[in-house]
Design a protein around this ligand. Structure first.
Ligand SMILES: C[S@@+](CC[C@H](N)C(=O)[O-])C[C@H]1O[C@@H](n2cnc3c(N)ncnc32)[C@H](O)[C@@H]1O
Length: 290
């Protein structure tokens, strides 16, 4: 088949199986298989595709029909303008999480002076707990280059940490990665900022999620019966790990503002503020150690 025929074939097959954005996805898969840019496909529409490439393309179309997220097939996702490696062992970073990163960047800029820290040779320590692909900590390291910051990131999943390490390498940033069930393996260190996008979906809701979300690791989604397990555990222990006036910053579910604020208040955190994502949903909570 030619490039044009294959794109059309893929699109029609996706349409028949109710996969959205069928044309775009068909084009993206063929670009990936041929290792060519979109422009090439447009200019060479009548070029014949090799049998082996055709089979691979059709195999990827079938994987989409099985509800595999396209990011897992293409092995990449854009986040904060950076390209990140993803696979089935990690949550695909969401654009909502960019709001958390943007707010932590602002928080650093508003509370810490680069020159002061450099002159005094002091460092700020930032920990990203439940790092997954490393999306949050890698973006912070990338966009806060002028600051004297030491970056740490932890996850309980070794497979996720392998992806995060590769992402740090590809994006040329230095992060200290720690394999740890929450704070268990984090010893002898205090942080100025702890940031986390922990699993926060209610256990009972997981079975009703979109089929392609259900292909993501359950360990990255399951926040316990009421979705709040991680906020309770992290908020309780984080106090011991935060420096005086240190910040605890969370991504939250759209309906978790009140419950997470309550957890923070009960644990003595102060200056609690909630910020919305671009869809006007409550998405980020920032608090300070009291
Ligand atoms: C919602 S994902 C967040 C991934 C990434 N930070 C992001 O924003 O895209 C949650 C992450 O928490 C990790 N996780 C789950 N249980 C954990 C635990 N007990 N200790 C540390 N990390 C855990 C999962 O492996 C997963 O990578």
């Amino acid at each position: 088949m030619t490039i044009k025929d294959l794109i059309r074939y893929g699109k029609n097959k996706l349409d028949k199986n109710n996969i959205d954005e069928s044309l775009l996805k068909s084009k993206m898969l063929l670009e990936y298989v041929l290792n060519k840019k979109r422009e090439y496909l447009m200019i060479h529409q009548d070029e014949d595709v090799k049998k082996s490439d055709e089979s691979l393309f059709l195999c990827y179309i079938d994987r989409l029909i099985e509800n595999e997220p396209i990011q897992y097939i293409l092995k990449k996702q854009q986040f904060m303008g950076l390209e990140l490696l993803v696979n089935e062992n990690v949550l695909i970073p969401r654009s909502d999480t960019e709001v958390l990163v943007e707010n932590v960047i602002n928080l650093v800029k508003n509370n810490y002076s680069k020159t002061f820290k450099k002159v005094k040779k002091e460092e700020i320590n930032i920990l990203d707990m439940c790092t997954g692909t490393g999306a949050i900590i890698i973006s912070l390291a990338k966009y806060l280059k002028d600051y004297n910051i030491k970056y740490f990131a932890s996850d309980v999943s070794i497979k996720a940490l392998d992806i995060a390490k590769e992402n740090a390498l590809r994006n040329n940033v230095e992060i200290n990665f720690i394999e740890s069930d929450l704070f268990t393996n984090i010893k002898n260190i205090k942080f100025d900022i702890i940031v986390s996008n922990p699993p926060y979906i209610e256990k009972g809701v997981i079975k009703n999620l979109d089929e392609n979300v259900k292909k993501e690791p359950v360990i990255a989604l399951d926040g316990g019966i009421d979705g709040l397990d991680f906020y309770r555990k992290i908020s309780k222990i984080a106090k011991e790990y935060l420096n005086k006036n240190g910040f605890l910053c969370y991504e939250i579910g759209y309906n978790q503002k009140e419950s997470v604020s309550d957890i923070l208040i009960k644990n003595g955190y102060v200056d609690i503020s909630c910020l919305k994502d671009y869809g006007e949903n409550d998405r980020v909570i920032i608090s300070r150690k009291g």
